[in-house]
Design a binder for this molecule. Structure first.
Ligand SMILES: Nc1nc2c(c(=O)[nH]1)N[C@H]1C(S)=C(S)[C@@H](COP(=O)(O)O)O[C@H]1N2
Ligand SMILES: [Mo]
Length: 407
């Protein structure tokens, strides 16, 4: 079978360089997301990771857009790099699929590490993409798969980088990018046969090297255009076709994306009428507060984002009672943590633990209103948590009780 004349160490090295810069950022922001979820409270997913547990630290509340940035980069850059990963795999495909697959022990080891590398990256792509589309429908198994898959990939990636960087540098030096960008299809010649990535009997070129780069780059730009709006917001959100799960939106002041609707959470006017009343628990103290009392307390307004693990985010003007004032009402003015529970009974995200710094931040709220109107049912009426830089999942909606603890 005639083989593409474009394959060769230079082209592979160009894709390799892009991935060498991009993938560490995706890895780092992914691991940061794990830490932001609060592994110290057993609420990072997956819960039990054995010796793969990362050294935890207190996730900060400043800057307020921190998780919006890290998770936007994780999901956005992860998606944008997919065409580059596929292109790099294509560029080395004949070698990956060569026969016989193994001729020596050294080659066996190399093959196994490549299996982990290629299998790992494809596995992370598939689980990641499924995750941002269907997340909660399939429960936790994706998190487990994505986390352990990530470590398999990280291990293989580090080995691969250590082994291949010298070849990549050599490959990059072998041709000039500028010259390639000026070379048409007719003038395109195979790279020197000295390298085993180059086809022995190459076919006529159907594309120039700059054409391949434009194709792959164009693919990345297209993916970016279809997703960036979900984090940037505003009118660009209309173009975010890869937005998770159907884009449920509210109306009027509450017109921004809804994660889990009140209907899905079985929250109705009757449930709230019969069961709602905020319960504050301190050490040995129980205080019940009605909605009117909450509205009588000092209200604080602040613009803060909700940033979901799936990459979308939205910034709104919230107002309500400071969490630290509620802590004081419960008699624990300097809590080390707070356990928030929702009226929602079945959901996977009907409770959350907050760190002390998250309770004490002056912008951390039990929000009653958004953009000057009461919260809608879908956004957590009568009251929800809003904390700066907190992963969206822990901004509990339909809050029914908060327990403040000193340690
Ligand atoms: N009770 C409850 N609160 C919840 C959730 C939930 O399923 N149940 N989903 C969380 C998630 S994952 C996110 S991203 C935010 C989204 O808030 P929104 O639906 O108001 O946009 O709510 C959080 N609060
Ligand atoms: Mo979320």
């Amino acid at each position: 079978m005639p083989r593409s004349p474009l394959r060769g160490p230079w082209l592979t090295s160009v894709f390799g360089l892009v991935l060498l810069v991009g993938l560490p950022l995706v890895i780092l922001t992914g691991l940061l997301s794990y830490i932001a979820y609060g592994p110290q409270f057993g609420q990072a997913l997956p819960v039990d990771v054995g010796w793969l547990r990362l050294p935890g630290f207190e996730w900060p509340t400043r800057p307020a857009w921190l998780y919006r940035l890290t998770q936007g980069v994780h999901v956005g850059l992860g998606l944008v790099l997919i065409p580059v990963v596929l292109a790099k795999l294509w560029s080395v495909a004949p070698k990956l699929l060569s026969w016989p697959p193994v001729r020596s022990v050294a080659e066996l080891l190399e093959r196994l590490s490549l299996l982990l590398l290629v299998g790992g990256v494809l596995f992370e792509i598939v689980t990641g993409v499924l995750n941002i589309q269907y997340d909660y429908i399939f429960g936790f198994s994706f998190y487990t798969a994505h986390y352990f898959g990530a470590w398999v990939f990280i291990g293989a990636f580090v080995v691969h980088v250590l082994v291949k960087v010298p070849r990549m540098v050599q490959g990059l030096r072998s041709r000039s990018l500028r010259a390639e960008l000026r070379t048409s299809r007719e003038e395109t010649r195979p790279e020197p046969l000295a390298d085993d990535l180059v086809a022995v009997a190459p076919a006529e070129p159907t594309l120039s090297r700059r054409g391949v780069l434009a194709l792959v780059g164009g693919g990345s730009v297209l993916v970016a255009a279809l997703t960036a709006g979900q984090s940037i917001g505003g009118f660009t959100r209309q173009a975010a076709f890869l937005l998770p799960r159907g884009r449920t939106n509210g109306e009027g002041p509450n017109a921004f994306p809804v994660n889990r609707t009140a209907a899905a959470a079985r929250i109705t006017a009757e449930v709230v009428d019969q069961r709602w009343g905020l319960v504050l628990l301190g050490e040995g103290r129980v205080v019940r507060i009605g909605l009117d009392d909450l509205r009588q307390m000092r209200q604080h307004a602040v613009r803060l984002p909700i940033a979901c693990v799936e990459g979308w985010s939205t910034t709104q003007l919230w107002s309500g009672v400071r969490l630290r004032e509620l802590a004081a009402v419960a008699g624990v003015s300097v809590p080390a943590q707070a356990h928030v529970r929702s009226l929602e009974r079945e959901g996977a995200f009907n409770q959350a633990m907050l760190q002390g710094n998250q309770v004490l931040d002056p912008d951390s709220l039990l929000a009653l209103r958004v953009n000057g109107a009461d919260l809608s049912w879908d956004h957590g009426y009568p009251a929800r948590i809003i904390v700066p830089a907190l992963p969206g999942v822990h901004n509990t909606k339909w809050v029914s009780s908060i327990e403040f603890r000193r340690s």
